[in-house]
Design a protein around this ligand. Structure first.
Ligand code: 3PG
Length: 307
């Protein structure tokens, strides 16, 4: 009987786990759970005899892949798969997948919520501002970016996007203006919402230079990855420009310094929370379980990311 492990340092909502169990057991497989583990060694141990693994931001390193002798598939229940060692998976013939789009709405709603929170001075007394009429730049127009654009239009924002990987016409169909350089995005927009993945090209790519181009009161919203931020550069420009603001759900390495130096111009939730809704957990968790069943039973490799 194939074994499926759900390994989540940040557990899914109970309804999601129940749904995953139902799918897995109805397929004739068994389910094992490893939740809230604090030691990576626990994950290495738990994968020993499983055929499939579902994770969130949990680190599926080479050590994990090599310890999992029967592993055939690992599914990142979510969008970004920078936590999976794809080379290690490929070397061991393990299919790596994500579940694109399944938690996007949760992340998009949070991005807009953070814009309101920063526009209203982190809910401190005093005069804030409205989003209506402001220019919003979507940095990468994927599943989340597209939803952020859609919701922002409801707020009456003027929406722009930069994404060299999405055809201009596709973005324009959504009533979003396309900018051809990243510099233009930052120099045009009062708000920029980041939706780029963390990879060798994007790591530390957002910092002093881009932020210094933003108009007065410019606000950067990061619900993507902390690795894409050059924190030293960001700290420097926020020190020089006392109008700039930064809000994120992925705590900066220098969180305490940011919080101390910039007070209400900086916000970070204590734990990554973009996808922390019951709906997102259910959507992504169940999709992951279905993808595993489809792969193990029918060889369906849709959403494979290590092709
Ligand atoms: C994603 O890439 O899907 C999001 O960052 C969500 O990550 P999480 O499952 O760790 O909350």
């Amino acid at each position: 009987m194939s074994k499926v492990l759900v390994a989540t340092d940040k557990p899914f909502a109970k309804a999601a786990v129940d749904g995953i169990r139902k799918i897995v057991e109805e397929a004739g497989f068994s389910l094992e759970l490893l939740e809230k583990y604090t030691d990576q060694a626990d994950l290495v141990k738990a994968v020993a005899d499983v055929d499939a693994v579902i994770v969130r931001s949990d680190k599926v390193t080479k050590e994990v892949v090599e310890a999992a002798k029967n592993l055939k598939v690992v599914v990142r229940a979510g969008a970004g798969y920078d936590n999976l060692d794809l080379a290690a998976c490929t070397a061991k013939n393990v299919v790596a997948m994500n579940t694109p789009g399944q938690n996007s709405n949760a992340v998009a709603e949070l991005a807009l919520g953070m814009m309101v929170y920063m526009a209203r001075n982190t809910f401190q007394p005093g005069t804030g501002a409205e989003l209506k009429g402001k220019k919003l730049g979507i940095h990468a127009y994927g599943n989340v970016g597209k939803l952020v654009a859609h919701i922002a239009k409801g707020f009456g924002m003027e929406v722009y996007a930069f994404d060299p990987f999405v055809a201009k016409e596709v973005i324009e169909k959504d009533g979003v203006k396309v900018l051809s350089t990243v510099d233009e995005l930052y120099s045009t927009c009062h708000y920029v919402s980041l939706h780029i993945p963390a990879n060798d090209k994007t790591k530390k790519s957002i910092g002093y230079e881009l932020m210094s181009k933003m108009p007065k009161g410019g606000t950067l919203i990061n619900t993507a990855r902390k690795e894409v931020i050059d924190e030293d550069g960001l700290m420097r420009i926020m020190g020089e420009r006392t109008d700039l603001k930064y809000a994120t759900d992925i705590m900066a390495e220098g969180n305490s310094t940011f919080a101390e130096k910039f007070a209400s111009r900086y916000f970070s939730s204590p734990k990554k929370m973009g996808a922390e809704t019951a709906e997102a957990n259910i959507n992504a968790g169940l999709a992951a379980a279905n993808q595993i069943v489809n792969l193990l039973k029918n060889g369906d490799k849709t959403y494979q990311v290590n092709k």
